[in-house]
Design a protein around this ligand. Sequence first.
Ligand code: SF4
Length: 490
Amino acid sequence: MSPATGPVVWAGSKPFPRAARTQLAKSEQRATLNRVTHQIRRKRAVVVGERDDWEELRRAGEQIKTRVLRHLDIYLEQAERSLVAAGVTVHWATDADHANRIVHALVKETGETEIVKIKSMVTAEIGLNEFLAQRGITAVETDLAELIVQLADDLPSHIVVPAIHRNRREIREIFAEHLPGAPDTLTDEPSELARQARRHLRERFLRAKVAVSGANFVVADTGTLCIVESEGNGRMCLTLPQRLISVVGIEKVIPTFADLEVFLQLLPRSSTGERMNPYTSLWTGVTPGDGPQDLHVVFLDNGRTDALADPVGRQALRCIRCSACLNSCPVYEKTGGHAYGSVYPGPIGAILTPQLRGMDDPVDRALPFASSLCGACYEVCPVRINIPQVLTHLRAKAVEHDRVHGRHHLERLVFRAVAKAFDDDDLYATGLGLGLPVAHRVAGSDGIHWLPLAGAGWTKSRDLPRPPQRSFRDWWSDQGLDAAGGGSIS
Ligand code: SF4
């Protein structure tokens, strides 16, 4: 097992409650997020509603992925055999640093100092661009939204739409300032912005000798890799360069080609609200005279086997990165992705990041609490990951981690005292008898608006009603009723 290394969590990130406060103050960003997530949500609901067998498809997706995770060792070895037979060189990386070193060595071998990249979560997870940049190699993102993020030296905030937090006026400004050759007359018309991006990228595609990709799926029995995308930039990367390096999380393997039938219906409907992806690329090894002649696959662990060892948490590895849980989450909709401090934002990030990295960092320990547990994410997840269940499971782990490391003494003492009082009838009655009259007097006629210390969090956004002068049980006994609620017979 190997815990995740590298920037799954961005350097300098703050725990979610503090980071969220900063993001919530950005009213323009909140408006953009609200508009876009609701738009995608509506589109998804329409295309999902067209399928009478949607629930069966979800169950099929869940079962295929569950089977893969149960027999991951077998499917990975089968995938390796199929890939090698098709002419692919297979590498195994235990963590981010290991994967980065493999990719760097493969690029260095070619003597190239610029590569093109297909949008890939896993290469963001390992911080590949930064690793290569430190060694004199420029990785050019070719997905439009990723390009916007890269040009602005920004961080992605959504799995499918990384620049979701940017509106078109901001994108025009980024292009005007950072896109080589952008005209002075550039407008914020989407077609004009896309034209400028295309012009810029075409030059890079035509001169690139090396491309790096991820993969949505790897078919074990045929050694086929599959990438779905919307713009066609991925297709350019998969056909023009001579060397193609695909970095793939070990959980991306599926048993058979026929299993793609399930996922290629679940994924586009859940992610962009489309019936099918505009571009679905499948490639099986080297085809002489057609596409890259030198193919490499780097299988990455980076904490995945740690997650696999957790019987409750391992279901997070079923994720197909569709983003439906982000788009439906009332917390993500307000805070946006940067508040999660991680490459993986939203509900899936809240359960995946702490499992990949462990609970030692306060940023990871805070993530399972970044949810209202409303369950909207579970309802939309195409592979039925019970995100609320994993969240509560990880919350318990975070609390246990704090206990073992001697944190939150005061909170634990308070809860211990409360537990003792609840356990002892006389103590409870005495506490109420003494406390209520005081609280009643202190509160005043319109309730309590301010509490000190831990109570301050409550009164900052809510009022406490004025406590009654006497407890319910005192009133009850005055009515001549016994503890079971029956009338007194004496
Ligand atoms: S957890 Fe489910 S809904 Fe969220 S990104 Fe993964 S597959 Fe999609």
